[in-house]
Design a protein around this ligand. Sequence first.
Ligand SMILES: Cc1cc2nc3c(=O)[nH]c(=O)nc-3n(C[C@H](O)[C@H](O)[C@H](O)COP(=O)(O)OP(=O)(O)OC[C@H]3O[C@@H](n4cnc5c(N)ncnc54)[C@H](O)[C@@H]3O)c2cc1C
Length: 415
Amino acid sequence: MSVPGSVRSRLPSAGTGYTNLVMAGDWTLSAISSGCVEAAVMSGMHASRALCGVPEAIVGDSLPDGDDVARPAPAVAPSRPATLAPPTAPRGEYVEIDGNNTPLQPYAAQNVTMYNFVLEADMDRLQAILDRQLNLGGPTVYRPLGPFLSFVAATMGPMAPAAPKAWLAEKDFGFWIPVLAGQMDGGRFEALRPAFFIPYLWVDDYLPQQAGREVFGYPKGVGVLTNPTAPHEPAEFSIDALVVPRYGAAGDPEAEWTWRRLLTLARRDGGTLGELIGELGDVRALGGAVLEELLRAFARDSLPMPTLSLLRALIDSAVDLEVPMVFLKQFRDVADGKQACYQAIVEAPNRVTGGPFNAGFLPGDWELAIEQFDSVRLIDRLGLRAVGGKVAAAFQFWVQFAFTADPGHVVWRVV
Ligand SMILES: Cc1cc2nc3c(=O)[nH]c(=O)nc-3n(C[C@H](O)[C@H](O)[C@H](O)COP(=O)(O)OP(=O)(O)OC[C@H]3O[C@@H](n4cnc5c(N)ncnc54)[C@H](O)[C@@H]3O)c2cc1C
């Protein structure tokens, strides 16, 4: 039997709240969640998989076993009590709708050129962003890699999903925070892997905005994004975006959403982009050169963390050609908009699939002129070191490659 509304109360086989107890029976949460032999069998398989990993797949039932939600969470975010996650809700198959603009991942991107401008940032502000958006009580804790982040301007295309068979060209301009994902061991942070978190990102059309937000949790806004497209063009990138200059009452002209220049990134001497000279021809060469520049720019005293050897190990791991991204994926609840009806920390790799790979440094001194608005305060939130609204880049480089935005996994489902 499965009376209406009762499924949400079913526990998954391993979702007992105890690491040494699993359950089986037609009354647990399964893809069927009803009193029949098939449900009893699926439940038994969930219990078995939670205990010994077999069977790997349960035909017709892609629900997790529940052991991902049963472990007690370490106390990591003092502002939020660590709580056990609720049972995993049953999932439906994604309903494809004609004209639906959220295509199936993975998304394969070719002809990617990524311009990367490394900026100094305040560790406490970066940590505050990570605590607010990622450290929500789950077992994985995120810390900034160091007192820096990157403004990344990327152009790519064709960008093609798995289905439907179609493509578009895309621009992505935003701020990338290199982070360490780890766990708390007592009061000590143990770093496990590097990742990137993007708290601010603009794209040049609503299609990539929608897919990026819905599938992964990229906080994409739509902007008018400009960049140099030839060596003789001025070395200038810009974002115009919808902003609110000053929050206020409806009708207040300053409180109206309006298109404004958000940032302009340019060479201080007003020079041209120039030829891109690919002096760093593989990932290891790029990683080594970036590490040297990071140390030159930010290790004046010492990097707060991680240690130099850890940083080197992280660069080496980048040679695996996987750039893990971490996201806050959430949807606002329809009844109580202050609550999320779905909220999860998600990780997904961007896998470098090939080339032609090329990379090098961009010549010249670059600076970012940033306007602050009530709706987006980049300097304040990111803790950028600004003088008169201008932020100098410590160093800058470009990379050309192809990559695939692969399916990811839920690290911690809050609701
Ligand atoms: C009349 C009837 C007709 C059905 N017809 C169908 C059908 O046509 N098709 C279909 O798919 N499903 C049918 N079902 C449902 C199906 O039988 C159940 O979904 C299935 O048997 C559940 O399996 P289970 O292992 O979860 O529990 P059970 O089969 O109920 O097994 C639980 C076992 O635990 C034992 N037990 C209980 N307490 C203790 C204890 N304290 N110590 C030790 N042992 C204990 C019980 O004696 C029992 O043997 C029917 C059910 C009924 C009652």
